[in-house]
Ligand binder design. Structure first.
Ligand code: SF4
Length: 342
């Protein structure tokens, strides 16, 4: 019998990405920005894991760290069974084709002095020994796949609209047949009318090429549309991870409840019963997070315990993970800390 249980393609454990702060004439190290501070999750083969949170919560840094665009501070990252967390950039090079990124701002991520053909071909030049004719044919195939007219291959990025430029970025990301793509706010810089087209394209490509996505966004409505499961970040940590429907229907963490209360509810019956939760105060600085729970300075349900002890991130229902003292009583095994499949 075939085993169709989803398997993790990407496995992240206790990932930390801290950036040093230097000050004074001697540029002494006076502290650090804990942009990502102990994050654990799995991304299952073929799924889209949504990673949401306000600006500055560390979600983009997390995506880049998972792809090892940074040398990480601590933690483990494995992709397709290979541990890459501490691998040197030289050893990473042959693995790079497996994992790619689609960036937020297609304008900034495409070289304005290169033709579309050269931009999409660049990864093939770097990582393959294909002949020029083979590369040209592959570029044309990729342009077809993302809905760009191959007759425009010799044009420069400025000749395209924002949505078309994002399609160029996606074609480039697909050039080396990746398995895993981090989509970092891929629609945030696009007109609303174009956003759905790009998201639909990403969904079609996922099906066609069997892709696995980490979809980073602050747009909870769009994540609801595209994600299989959703992880919510606050101040460098994942505070909740759950299957999409469960998270949107019944959020557990007080921060998730507040975030979702601001999302328009399509069902009028539910919309009438849900009230908006307005959080007081600002997000603390990641260079000086509060003692105890990171959310304790703004949480409507804060208890004395929260200001002293950091809550564990653990499984509280099958497939549902949360870091909050409110759920201490219902916890299951303490070592289930990874946010694996539902
Ligand atoms: Fe709120 Fe306490 Fe839960 Fe943190 S641990 S989210 S402060 S109730």
């Amino acid at each position: 019998m075939l085993d169709d249980t989803p398997k993790p393609l990407v496995r992240v454990r206790d990932l930390k990405m801290h950036f040093p702060i230097h000050a004074g004439l001697l540029r002494r190290r006076v502290g650090e920005v804990k942009a990502v501070d102990g994050v654990s999750f799995d991304v299952m083969e073929g799924e889209t894991l949504g990673l949401v949170g306000e600006s500055g919560c560390g979600k983009s840094t997390c995506g880049r760290a998972v792809l090892r665009l940074y040398d990480i501070t601590a933690g483990e990252i494995s992709i397709d069974g290979r541990e890459i967390g501490t691998m040197s950039q030289t050893k990473l090079r042959p693995i790079r084709p497996t994992m790619q990124m689609v960036f937020q701002d297609p304008q900034a991520s495409l070289n304005p002095r290169m033709t579309v053909e050269a931009i999409i071909r660049e990864p093939l030049d770097e990582h393959t020994s294909l002949s020029m004719a083979e590369k040209t044919a592959k570029v044309a195939e990729l342009m077809d796949a993302v809905g760009l007219n191959r007759k425009f291959a010799k044009r420069y990025p400025h000749a395209f609209s924002g949505g078309q430029r994002q399609r160029i970025g996606i074609a480039r990301a697909l050039a080396l047949n990746p398995k895993f793509i981090v989509c970092d706010e891929p629609i945030a810089a696009l007109d609303v009318s174009i956003q759905a087209q790009v998201v639909n394209l990403l969904e079609d490509l996922q099906e066609q090429f069997g892709l696995t996505y980490l979809f980073i966004s602050h747009d909870l409505s769009m994540v609801r549309h595209i994600a299989t499961r959703v992880a919510v970040m606050y101040l460098g940590k994942i505070v909740e991870l759950a299957p999409r429907e469960a998270l949107y229907r019944d959020p557990l963490h007080p921060y998730t409840k507040a975030l979702l209360s601001a999302v328009p509810e399509p069902d009028p019956a539910l919309a009438r019963t849900s009230g908006r939760i307005i959080l007081q105060g600002d997000v603390p600085s990641p260079s000086n997070p509060p003692k105890g729970c990171n959310f304790c300075t703004r949480c409507p349900a804060v208890m004395d315990l929260c200001k002293e002890i950091e809550p564990d991130y653990r499984q509280v229902q099958p497939g549902r993970f949360v870091a909050c003292h409110l759920y201490n009583e219902t916890t299951t095994t303490a070592d289930q800390t990874a946010g694996t499949g539902a």
